[in-house]
Design a protein around this ligand. Structure first.
Ligand code: SAM
Length: 274
């Protein structure tokens, strides 16, 4: 008989945000696979949940995924949790989930908090279409490269960022994406929850006056639809990307896709002007 893998979301700060179903599943599981058992013990003890724990933290993830898979094959019910929020969302867990799916194990989600969706709902930006990039690259060169790659994106953009890099990240947003609207959310659901809204430059000023600590989500408005997407704008974008070091062909490819223009036409026109 095969077991069941439950993907259980846990609070991202406020312990009241756990669901009744999550508590029941954790109490009924044979074993809890936790990212970091010491971290999760605080949460589990709070709800008097005493279960055997398997840690799948860091380098152990692959080895522990195989061990846990064997338990599932032996018929056990395994509850997968991460340090906070939804397992697999900028957290480990996906490896075990994938292996379980491949082995034909039943996988059941037990939904709950995740910082990305919580921040999106609070942002006030369009929620019809959005895109989540997880953590920004830590090196500035790569971060700027990534932002250049997505600067034309019209969907709402979400990022996780560490506190010690938040100012650098905002400086790069200002340089690459311009002075768009942004919402920076700190310590969601916790005592020091704080929301900074404004243009990138407004928020940069406010960050200079605020305490930089805790956990952050950055939500940035997609490229406004009101901005006309015509050939002149597209050519300006191509020039801008080339100025930043991207080759003509790649710049044209990226811009033509976003503007819905013919690559050949944009390429030929770019040769006239540059
Ligand atoms: N699995 C988690 C989830 O579902 O949101 C994300 C884990 S990831 C390792 C941790 C990052 O998520 C933090 O650095 C921060 O960017 C974001 N995050 C998590 N909890 C948060 C909170 N309470 N407030 C703001 N950001 C948070």
């Amino acid at each position: 008989m095969k077991g069941t893998l439950y993907i259980v979301s846990t609070p991202i700060g406020n312990l009241e945000d756990v669901t009744l179903r999550a508590l029941r599943v954790l109490k009924e599981a044979d074993v809890i696979a936790a990212e970091d058992t010491r971290h999760s013990l605080k949460f589990l003890n709070h709800f008097s949940i005493k279960k055997p724990l398997i840690s799948y933290w860091g380098e152990k993830e692959k080895l522990k995924a195989d061990e846990t898979l064997q338990r599932l094959k032996d018929g056990q019910a395994v509850a997968l949790i991460s340090d906070a929020g939804t397992p697999g969302i900028s957290d480990p867990g996906t490896l075990l989930i994938r292996k379980a799916i491949e082995a034909g194990i039943t996988v059941i989600p037990v939904p709950g908090p995740s910082a990305v969706i919580t921040a999106l709902s609070l942002s006030g930006f369009s929620t019809e279409e959005f895109t989540f990039f997880g953590f920004l690259p830590t090196k500035q060169v790569q971060r700027k490269k990534m932002l250049s790659r997505i600067m034309l994106e019209q969907r709402t953009l979400l990022f996780y960022e560490a506190p010690h890099r938040i100012r650098e990240a905002m400086a790069d947003f200002a340089e690459v994406m311009g002075d768009r609207k942004v919402v920076i959310i700190r310590e969601l659901t916790k005592f020091h929850e704080e929301v900074l809204r404004g243009t990138v430059s407004d928020v940069q000023e406010r960050l200079d006056q605020s305490t930089i600590a805790g956990e952050y989500v950055i939500v940035i408005q997609g490229r406004p639809e009101s901005e006309p997407l015509n050939m002149d704008d597209a050519l300006a974008e191509v020039r801008e990307l080339m100025r930043k070091g991207l080759g003509r062909k790649d710049s044209v490819k990226r811009v033509a896709g976003a503007y819905g223009l013919s690559k050949k036409e944009l390429y030929d026109r770019s040769l006239e002007g540059i």
